[in-house]
Design a protein around this ligand. Structure first.
Ligand code: CA
Ligand code: CA
Length: 580
């Protein structure tokens, strides 16, 4: 039967179905199970990292190495205002809405089909905030009717995702002591798991869990030995052993900020959080390994207890924060299938560990030069180069040494991606060094606590940035793309044999995942330092990224600032697809 009546009937049927389906989505929203399934669900992007393991891999292949050259913008949406600093966010995409965080602790909801703004939330920030490295934010977390993000005054804010109205707003730590927050929260088992920022101010790094519905604290775990953890309001054991690797009272201002957030592995039920530099930077003022700074920690999400640790830079003297994302993956090593995890560290080495127990498997150099250590031994300890450590200063400025990588790292905050098709990790890295010297310093609450000075320098004629494809089984670099300015954006890889990343020069670029050949680029009008995502909507594949130059590089870039002095600021979401 055809004709107007049947068409009307099927119209009614379709409407009934739509009405039945829509309220369920609108009222419920993503569940814990949906978040755990994010990597497999191609119609949405629910988590920072596109899955709790943060592989940043999508199976989508409608856009692929054969047709990406034809990709065009679908729309762009401005963040407006004059608050155009670095835009380091990763978009969240759900139920026809794209959520992005912006500089100065703003959160936007845009229509995913048209780019029209649905609502905007501006956190009211106090004058005294102390972010070390630009007023950035790296993204939000979604759960049920809430969209949640961290603010520069070290708070966590849950908004109604339909209206942008505040549901709860909790302090993580006191911004007057130097704490701040910029990472995307991680949601596991109905808990919002966050770290803290402020490693340049002698804060104490910590990881904590809050009830996603109320924001109430469930557990708190300081990451510096000697500090007491809590679970449901009660003491839950000291971290490490008091004074085992710290002398005197130095652990009380020991640093180790967990400023980049974490990943979660459902298979082992472990949270993985990296910890930042020990405080102060001047290593002669704090003899010992200074646990658990510059480390990867595995934490039990149910109790906040540390299950294992691996320190990537013991007794750090170069600001080699060990915060980088630890990405669970499985591979066969020496004929044995293993549950592994990988981290490309600020210190220039790519680490593979057994993620069930933290046992060291390998460390492979992924940058041009490391002056502080010459590889790692079988026990997972660095072979230090003694003259690579800046000497004790005495009463005045100490003698400078040249060190590489620079303190901004072989890799900084920008997340790598892991392809299930090629088995390669795609690392956004930088080749640069610094002159660094030590100075005397005493701890003062809320003041910078470095005891060091520095000037960043180029070490190559033709590039600073380098996107590198790392084989985690062999430690070999399979291909590299060199970029004039430092790379500062995240990476996405797809089943279309593609790798996407942005450049400070303003381009989002696509590369062949197997060969590294550049296949497509688009000029967004400002530097790209955000993390791209992809999803499927109305039968088409979309790619989105934030544009807006900023972050730590223009603030601290020293002599390498030449490579980016003409880049304009901005603040926009860009969305791409293939033409119809
Ligand atoms: Ca998904
Ligand atoms: Ca640091």
């Amino acid at each position: 039967m055809k004709g107007p009546i049947m068409r009307a009937l099927s119209g009614v049927a379709a409407m009934t179905l739509a009405m039945a389906a829509t309220p369920l989505v609108a009222q419920g929203g993503p569940t814990d199970a949906d978040l755990m399934n994010d990597a497999a669900s191609t119609g949405d992007v629910l988590t920072y990292g596109m899955g709790p393991q943060a592989h940043r891999f999508s199976t989508l292949n409608a856009i692929n190495s054969g047709n990406v050259a034809k990709m065009v913008p679908a729309f762009s949406a401005s963040l407006g205002g004059e608050k155009q600093r670095g835009q380091e966010a990763q978009p969240i995409v759900y139920d026809g809405t794209i959520y992005v965080t912006g500089s100065y602790s703003r959160l936007f909801a845009f229509d995913a089909r048209t780019g029209e703004e649905k609502w905007q939330y501006d956190a009211r920030l106090p004058d005294g905030i102390m972010p070390c490295c630009d007023v950035v934010n790296r993204g939000a977390a979604i759960h049920g009717d809430k969209i949640i993000f961290a603010t520069l005054d070290a708070r966590l804010v849950a908004l109604n995702r339909h209206t942008g109205k505040v549901i709860w707003n909790k302090q993580i730590a006191d911004y007057k002591e130097g704490y701040s927050a910029t990472a995307a929260p991680l949601i596991v088992k109905g808990m919002v798991i966050t770290g803290n920022s402020g490693g340049e101010f002698g804060v104490v790094g910590a990881v904590e869990a809050r009830d996603v519905n109320t924001g109430e604290l469930i557990w708190h775990r300081p990451v510096i030995e000697g500090h007491m953890g809590t679970l449901k309001g009660k003491d839950n054991g000291i971290t490490g052993k008091l004074n085992a690797t710290w002398q005197g009272d130095l652990w009380k201002s020991g640093g180790g900020a967990t400023w980049l957030g974490g990943t979660y592995d459902p298979e082992t039920n472990l949270l993985f959080f990296g910890t930042g530099n020990p405080a102060p930077w001047n290593s002669h003022l704090r003899p010992g390994d200074n646990l658990y700074t510059a480390s990867t920690l595995a934490i039990d999400p149910d109790t906040g207890v540390i299950k294992w640790h691996y320190q990537t830079t013991p007794h750090d003297g170069w600001d080699f924060d060990g915060v980088n994302e630890f990405i669970p993956f499985d591979a066969t090593i020496n004929g044995k299938p293993m549950k592994l995890g990988a981290k490309a560290d600020r210190n220039g080495y790519f680490f593979v560990l057994d993620r069930t127990n933290g046992k060291f498997i390998s460390a492979s150099k992924f940058v041009m030069q490391t002056t502080w250590a010459n590889g790692f031994n079988k026990a997972g300890k660095p072979n230090y180069i003694p003259e690579g450590r800046p000497p004790a200063p005495g009463d005045a400025k100490g003698k400078p040494v040249f060190a590489s990588p620079s303190f901004l790292g072989g890799k900084n905050w920008m997340p790598m991606a892991y392809s299930h098709d090629t088995g390669l990790f795609y690392i956004p890295s930088n080749d640069w060094g610094m002159d660094i010297w030590n100075e005397p310093i005493a701890y003062k609450k809320g003041a910078a606590y470095l005891g060091a000075g520095f000037t960043i320098k180029s070490i190559a004629e033709d590039h600073i940035g380098a996107l590198r494809a790392m084989d985690p089984k062999t430690g070999k670099i399979m291909w590299e793309y060199k970029n004039k300015a430092p790379l500062w954006g995240g990476v996405l890889t797809t089943g279309g044999n593609l790798v996407f990343t942005g450049t400070p020069e303003g381009f989002l670029k696509a590369f062949d995942a197997k060969t590294g050949q550049e296949l497509w680029k688009f000029q967004t009008g400002s530097g790209v330092v955000g993390s791209p995502v992809t999803w499927e909507q109305d039968g088409e594949q979309y790619v989105a990224v934030m544009s807006g130059w900023g972050g730590a590089v223009p603030l601290w870039g020293g002599e390498v600032a030449k490579s980016f002095k003409d880049i304009n600021q901005g603040g926009a979401l860009w969305v791409f697809k293939l033409p119809k």
